[in-house]
Design a protein around this ligand. Sequence first.
Ligand SMILES: Nc1ncnc2c1ncn2[C@@H]1O[C@H](COP(=O)(O)OP(=O)(O)OP(=O)(O)O)[C@@H](O)[C@H]1O
Length: 329
Amino acid sequence: MERMEHPRQSCEVCGLIPLAPRLSGATDVVARSAAMQAVFRRVARFARSEAPVAVLGETGTGKEVVARMLHANSPRASGPFVPVNVAALPAELLESELFGHGKGAFTGATQNRRGLFEAASKGTLFLDEVAELPLPLQAKLLRALQDGEIRRVGENQAFETDVRIVCATHRDLLQRVRGGAFREDLYYRLKVLSVQVPPLRERRDDILPLARRMLGEERTRAHGFTDAAQAVLLRHPWPGNVRELQNAVKHGAALATGARIDAEDLPEELLTPPPAPRAPYALRSLAEVEREHILRVLDACGGSQAEAARVLGVGRNTLWRKLREYSAS
Ligand SMILES: Nc1ncnc2c1ncn2[C@@H]1O[C@H](COP(=O)(O)OP(=O)(O)OP(=O)(O)O)[C@@H](O)[C@H]1O
């Protein structure tokens, strides 16, 4: 599924119907790597279910893209897809945003307003950054999921809900549960099904196809990457994942003067090689470590065995015996 050309034609690899052009942002969805194809095969199966799905993965990996694919391929596809970033609003505002409010519920509530739950009716409500949901709202969300109905802030009348919940987080939700920041009962309600989106560094086969697709969206004369630029793109660890790649391509497109983006057109941080990984801790025997330490102390003591024995806290005879062993070996 490198490119899903036509919105109605399903992908040969995973059977998914692609998103309408540009729905996923600037680009069509790319899944050249085996890891991403496995993700989308899973998405295709989950799409048919009504059960909540938790989409997990580092920031910028494409969790929202996955959520949109779930919706676009579900029986709810003709209904709305309503995304809400729960980390973006203060708790009180978020509550009325999600559940709506009645006239006079609080200062400024001059009329009844329906919330996103109602707006997502017959569709999918996508709760992004769900780990950040404040505890009181977690309780309210749990009730909505359990009872299948919601109450607008300041109102008693209950509205039946008909939404499928998809949520996403880059955090370790289970750790939040253990730390008391996330309700365990809600965790199990939301994570009935789950999809893990792998980081870009674990699916390097996607890097160049993604970069080419993104470049195609830019207004630039450049229509490719030099070998040097490709090598840089393949080497970078992409801590910001696909979003960081998108920025790098924009940077390259803006600076490129020729027909192809060159390495030096890419952002600086891609060009300075990352610090060399620390040598893995050498596993050595105690005898080896002892020998090295003794010789180092002896050296620091100018070769004086008496002084070295004192520093090492051993008898002079012991030190002499060890040194003899070393010289014999
Ligand atoms: N497989 C893909 N093919 C094409 N574009 C992609 C793909 N995955 C991600 N993108 C693009 O990368 C950007 C980041 O993706 P998205 O917003 O879905 O990531 P996210 O994991 O939800 O990020 P965050 O954790 O910050 O919410 C978007 O512009 C999206 O269109």
